[in-house]
Design a protein around this ligand. Structure first.
Ligand SMILES: Cc1cc2nc3c(=O)[nH]c(=O)nc-3n(C[C@H](O)[C@H](O)[C@H](O)COP(=O)(O)OP(=O)(O)OC[C@H]3O[C@@H](n4cnc5c(N)ncnc54)[C@H](O)[C@@H]3O)c2cc1C
Length: 335
């Protein structure tokens, strides 16, 4: 396989946006993701004939650069406004909350349709040979590129980069290692009838094990069947990380019961090792231009989907500059 200009590890929203921007400026880009689908934490799952968003529930827009993408996604019918505020919000922020028309993976799928993406490719080892990065995957494949972008959550990205044996952190190793994430637990429910949650079907919860519940039927992504997503607090996720579903499921169900009017027919739990960076890196990306290496994702600049998108945009611009400087450098050395 020919080396690409850029290899991006991670087809979450930051990697997909970074790839889109780089492709638009003429770079050849290849994306690798360990998952079978795209979107990372913008995740939608089928269950018993219904559909649930079990990671990010919606996203907001404050920056015009994301707004420009949102205008395209609205026009293409990929996303819709879910709500602007919830009934229990005492001081509604007034930002529209957007979601995919059929689930949160709609936007990642839409972005991926024009990109070279290799799924089920978990990168396990990185190295550099002269001017090329080599990413080896669990399937035994190797991918070569002139510039490497890693968009996995920073703790995972650093573990991967350590396999290269390179000094990639420019003296920032300790500070990069200090970036840490909260963990999360989701419970995915199939109900016999309507949930009973008030319109628009989302509810923030401020005490006990839960922080959020959402009726995916009212959201519009599970028209045939009522499915409900429960999110637990970081404290509950930590306390029950290693509990069995038979223990943590009923605890989350008991906390949801006062809000639900129909019988729960199925319940399954999902662990999220990385929900929100507690102390994100203050810049929107990290770069070692000498090594042609850029790190991006929601670890950088800001949490949430919007933070990840902006990191992808800024990282792409920085990759373009680093590639241009490397090209000028190699032409100068020929002279
Ligand atoms: C439970 C939960 C609820 C959330 N709710 C919201 C919300 O309501 N609103 C909001 O704005 N944000 C929310 N977020 C946060 C939001 O989902 C993230 O900020 C955003 O999706 C991060 O995108 P990303 O591209 O940076 O990372 P990710 O989506 O994590 O993408 C990284 C990708 O890298 C891949 N990867 C990792 N390691 C490797 C490897 N070695 N080889 C190959 N591939 C690899 C992963 O498979 C993944 O697809 C929530 C997150 C969670 C978990």
């Amino acid at each position: 396989m020919e080396p690409s200009d850029v290899l991006i590890i991670g087809a979450g929203i930051s990697g997909l946006i970074c790839a889109t921007e780089l492709k638009a400026t003429g770079h050849s880009v290849r994306l690798l993701d360990k998952g079978r689908g795209v979107g990372g934490r913008m995740a939608t799952r089928q269950m018993a004939g219904g559909r649930l968003d079990h990671g990010a529930q919606y996203f907001t827009v404050r920056d015009p650069r994301l707004q420009a993408y949102v205008d395209v996604w609205l026009e293409a019918g990929v996303i819709k406004k879910w709500f602007t505020h919830l009934p229990e919000d005492s001081s509604p922020e007034g930002y529209p909350r957007y979601c995919g028309v059929q689930g949160m993976t709609d936007v990642p799928k839409f972005l991926a349709r024009d990109l070279e993406l290799h799924n089920s490719q978990q990168v396990t080892e990185l190295s550099r040979d002269s001017d090329l990065w080599i990413a080896r995957t669990a399937t035994g494949d190797s991918f070569l590129a002139r510039h490497l972008v890693v968009t996995a959550p920073l703790p995972q990205a650093l573990n991967l980069l350590d396999t290269s044996g390179l000094r990639y952190a420019n003296g920032d190793a300790e500070a990069l290692r200090a970036v840490c994430y909260e963990r999360g637990l989701a419970a995915l429910l199939v109900l016999r009838g309507p949930s009973g949650l008030a319109k628009p079907g989302g509810r923030k919860i401020h005490s006990g094990p839960l922080t959020w519940m959402a009726d995916n039927q009212q959201k519009g992504i599970s028209p045939e069947l009522t499915t409900v997503t429960l999110h637990a607090s970081a404290e509950f996720a930590d306390a029950h990380w290693d509990s069995s579903d038979a223990v943590r499921g009923p605890l989350m169900l008991a906390a949801a019961a006062p809000y639900l009017q129909s019988e729960v027919m199925e319940c399954s739990c999902h662990r999220w090792g990385f929900t929100r960076p507690v102390n994100p890196w203050p810049e929107p990306y990290y770069q070692n231009a000498g090594l042609q290496l850029t790190l991006a994702g929601d670890s950088f600049g800001g949490a949430r989907v919007e933070g990840a998108v902006l990191s992808g945009i800024e990282a792409a611009a920085a990759v373009g500059l680093a590639r241009a400087e490397a090209t000028i450098g190699s032409v100068a050395s020929l002279d």
